[in-house]
Design a protein around this ligand. Structure first.
Ligand code: NAD
Length: 524
């Protein structure tokens, strides 16, 4: 079990370096990988249930949002019954996997990290095609995937074995962490490698078995990650892979009596459905399901009159429009002191005008498409609402091309209570709100149902200290942008309707996947 002696010795965790695409050899490697991955378009991917390859009659198609006629891959459409079979299979495999020494599980996860490193350009190319990430964003996703494996591996080594407790006279006592059982791992599409792999690696390294069901928008990247885990040595029975809809397959996984916990990252709406379903005991269920739920945000950047305005403009631009605003941490509200409001908006519009939008496989494009036609329609609908609620100062429509391209859009003079200032849009749309003073800015920033990330730009140390105390978010950034959390350095997760604050990439994360057993033996 998880009590295995720990002998594996490893160096300190360091983040995987980002690829410098200015170097000709890296540019060439990425171009070659894009060609290679495009050569595999249209491939059919099986599901894996209990180690068997499973195919269904009905299929799910993953397409390229930059060029929607391109089919990236053909996937199976799991029924609720098949999702149940996957949970049963994972339950059966738990008996063996939990007995694999922690060190061995860690070695396997480290091996997975090494394989990803060796094939990083290919994984990034697939991310770029399937979910429309630019080269740099795709590389950051891949690097974070490596980081999660390396970080959680080290954390498991720390948690494995017997832990000392307060000595008790006449007793030999200790505490040990045990795995939970079957985890239903349900990731979103926006970090298709990092989040899918992160929740899966955390589950497996702690000795749990998994049913992974990726987002309908990103099954190919997840399938690649699963293939890498198998290659690294994860038994197929311990990692079941099913594809299909959230409403059918995801729902069945969540509700199954043998599911021990749910690791979910996605929208507030679905997170709440899962929270409610997980709380209800299924017939035959003998535990209370744990639900680790990481959800949406309405993240704000406060720009104070004492800020370095140019730095604030750059930070807000990157956080609002990087990956077309499709990050849970994306800045969707800039709350700006009235003393600098006009000059900030003017500079911001000038900066955002320079953003190039187009197919994400072309290195020159900073912003690719949004993920799907449905997402695009939803975002354009929000822009209509926002343009009525405030003043449209940039963008406002589709950008040129066949893909789902939306212009970087800025809406100024927005009322803090308006929909565009309260609801998660998940697209390249920024609301700019005027604040009377710093306290007013903080009050506006905190006045949503979310609490994920936030940033403050100010040169005044007292205001910075005040933000540290009063800005109610899981991830606060001072004089830097509110996106780009690094594993280890910025444990990630939010308050309120942003989720259960599990702090991915942090030292507390694996405890969500473990239960502690206290042992005391009377000795003479
Ligand atoms: P989503 O909620 O639509 O889907 C997430 C996953 O849930 C998908 O795999 C989907 O198939 C599944 N699902 C849908 N309905 C289900 C149901 N009834 N039962 C079980 N599973 C179901 O989210 P998305 O569009 O994939 O991702 C975007 C959202 O994720 C945004 O809200 C974003 O803020 C959030 N997000 C949060 C974090 C974080 O760390 N807090 C990170 C990334 C993304």
């Amino acid at each position: 079990m998880a009590t295995a002696e720990v002998k594996l010795s490893v160096g300190e965790f360091v983040n995987e370096a980002f690829v410098d695409f200015a170097r000709p050899e890296n540019k060439k490697a990425m171009e070659d990988a894009l060609v290679k991955v495009a050569g595999e378009f249209g491939r059919e991917y099986p599901m894996y249930i209990g180690g068997e390859r499973v195919f269904t009659t009905e299929k799910l198609y993953s397409t390229n949002p930059s060029r929607p006629s391109q089919v990236i891959g053909v996937f199976q459409l799991a029924s609720a019954e098949q999702a149940g079979q996957a949970v049963e299979a994972a339950h059966e495999a738990f008996a063996n996997w939990k007995r694999v020494p922690a060190e061995r599980r860690v070695e396997i996860i480290f091996r997975a990290a090494q394989i990803i490193r060796e094939r990083k350009f290919e994984l990034s190319a697939l991310i770029c095609y399937e979910v429309g990430k630019s080269w740099m964003e795709a590389d950051a996703d891949t690097a974070e995937t490596v980081d999660f494996c390396e970080f959680y591996g080290r954390e498991m080594l720390r948690l494995a074995g017997e832990h000392a407790v307060t000595p008790q006279k006449g007793e030999k006592n200790y505490l040990v962490y045990l795995p939970l059982g079957v985890g239903a791992v349900i990731p979103p599409w926006n970090f298709p490698a990092a989040i899918a792999a992160g929740m899966t690696a955390a589950s497996l390294v702690t000795g749990n078995t998994v049913v992974l069901k990726p987002s309908e928008e990103a099954p190919a990247v997840a399938a690649k990650v699963v293939e890498i885990f198998y290659e690294a040595g994860v038994p197929r029975e311990a990692l079941n892979f099913i594809t299909g809809t959230g409403e059918v397959a995801g729902d069945a996984m969540v509700k199954h009596a043998k599911t021990r916990y749910i690791a979910f990252t996605g929208s507030k709406e679905v997170g709440l459905i899962i929270s409610e379903a997980a709380a209800k005991r299924a017939p035959g269920q003998i535990w209370i399901k744990r639900a680790v739920l990481e959800m949406g945000g309405k993240d704000a950047t406060i720009v104070d009159e004492e800020a370095d305005l140019d730095s604030a403009v750059e930070g807000v631009t990157q956080a609002a429009f990087g990956y077309s605003g499709q990050k849970c941490s994306a800045c969707s509200r800039a709350i700006v002191s009235e003393k600098v409001f006009d000059s900030f908006v003017e500079k911001l519009v000038e900066r955002a005008k320079k953003i190039s939008v187009g197919p994400s496989d072309e290195q020159k494009n900073y912003m690719g498409p949004v993920v799907s036609a449905t997402a695009m329609e939803g975002i354009l609908g929000y822009i209509d609402v926002g343009a009525r609620e405030g003043k449209l100062v940039l963008g406002g429509g589709r950008a040129a091309g066949d893909g789902y391209f939306v212009e970087p859009t800025i809406i100024a003079d927005v009322d803090p209570k308006s929909r565009i200032a309260q609801e998660e849009v998940f697209g390249p749309v920024l609301a700019v709100i005027k604040a009377r003073d710093f306290e007013h800015a903080l009050a506006i920033a905190n006045d949503t149902e979310f609490g994920l990330t936030g940033a403050v730009y100010s040169r005044n140390p007292e205001k910075i200290a005040r933000a540290e105390e009063a800005f109610f978010v899981g991830n606060l950034y001072l004089n830097r942008k509110c996106t780009g959390a690094m594993v280890g350095a910025h444990p990630f997760g939010g308050f309120n309707m942003s989720g259960t604050d599990s702090k991915t990439g942090g030292k507390d994360y694996l405890l969500h996947f473990l239960q502690a057993k206290s042992v005391a033996e009377k000795v003479a």
